[in-house]
Design a protein around this ligand. Structure first.
Ligand code: SF4
Length: 324
């Protein structure tokens, strides 16, 4: 132990903050959660089995890294969402709890490990997401494609949903992921355009909308999906405009959930939307033509993703069926 310490630099012995870019920021007020935000505590036998499989394979999950409130429920159903390409993100969004900084090299064994974990968990539908990798020439697109290929080879019946970064300034990257034929391509807008500068400063709203539109142009068979958080100070009318923007891009599925503040250094919660307003948003979104909408305080992109995929398929089949 001593020898190990002696080889470490002074910097190594001082804990690095999880979000160095936020450390100097003033603390934000942390609002008390309303009664309607209640979650299942983690710790069931199935939860522990999921945890064991994740650990044995040396994998990272967004469930843990983002501090998702649904982890008790999802992991007790063996539904974990894998985060590929490391645990460190090159962006610094104001809402996100994922560690930021310069990530390490890609692990060439990760696709096989993910495929093995998916098989062991017996997943009918899997969601794969990643950190942003602005440091890589292709933003990690080829690695996404390798993960999709490895899962297909090992579990051909498993449907695959990817939740990708925006591949901003990575020409050709999106095409590589689409060519690997995920069943669902998800990319979250996260918030309305007026909030991008403060909430998602490294991204560009219309680039993200265009990314989703391009997926449909390249392969109309792939379902497209996007999600936002509410409670960041957005106006109701802005949410409706965002829905129209997504429908113009032919997006099939919209998720809307309540933003929850990870730490006092993150963006404050400006408001908690009551469940009945989520219901109104769901009805409005469906009336605008989305095939499926999930809107509730605890909705997250990957929450109930398997059940929602079955609803998506059914909704597309119903829409294509001849009338009468
Ligand atoms: S909602 Fe998604 S991120 Fe949250 S615990 Fe469930 S699978 Fe993980």
């Amino acid at each position: 132990m001593l020898a190990e310490l002696e080889t470490m630099s002074l910097d190594d012995t001082i804990a690095r903050p999880r979000h160095p870019e936020k450390a100097h920021r003033p603390d934000q007020p942390v609002a008390r959660k309303p009664d309607w935000i209640r979650v299942k505590a983690p710790g069931s036998a199935e939860f522990n089995k999921t945890n064991d499989i994740v650990k044995q394979h040396g994998l990272v999950t967004v469930c843990q890294e983002a501090g998702c409130p649904n982890i008790g429920e999802c992991w007790s159903k063996r539904h974990a969402t894998f985060m590929i390409m490391g645990d460190t993100c090159t962006r610094a969004c104001a809402f996100c709890n994922v560690k930021t900084g310069m990530p390490g090299a890609l692990n060439p064994r990760e696709p096989a490990r993910i495929a093995d974990a998916v098989a062991k968990l017996g997943l009918a539908h899997v969601v794969i997401t990643s950190v942003d990798r602005d440091d890589l020439a292709d933003g990690g697109a080829a690695h996404f494609a390798q993960v999709i290929g490895a899962i297909r080879a090992k579990s051909p019946a498993t449907t695959i949903e990817v939740l990708t970064p925006d591949f901003l300034r990575k020409p050709g990257a999106l095409e590589v992921v689409v060519a690997a034929k995920p069943d669902v391509f998800n990319h979250n807008l996260e918030t309305v355009p007026s909030k991008y500068l403060t909430v998602r400063p490294g991204a560009r709203y219309f680039h993200s909308v265009r990314l989703l539109q391009r997926v449909k142009e390249l392969d109309p068979e792939i379902f497209t999906k996007s999600g936002i958080m509410v409670g960041l100070g957005e106006e109701w009318a802005e949410i409706l405009q965002l829905m129209d923007d997504l429908r113009s891009a032919d997006v099939d599925f919209l998720t809307v959930g309540q933003y929850l503040q990870p730490t006092k250094k993150h963006h404050a919660v400006i408001s908690f939307m009551p469940p009945e307003e989520f219901k109104s948003l769901e009805s409005l979104a469906l009336s605008k033509g989305f095939l499926v909408v999930s809107a509730s305080p605890l909705t997250r992109s990957s929450h109930h993703a398997g059940e929602d995929f079955a609803r998506l398929r059914q909704a597309r089949a119903d829409a294509a069926a001849p009338i009468g």
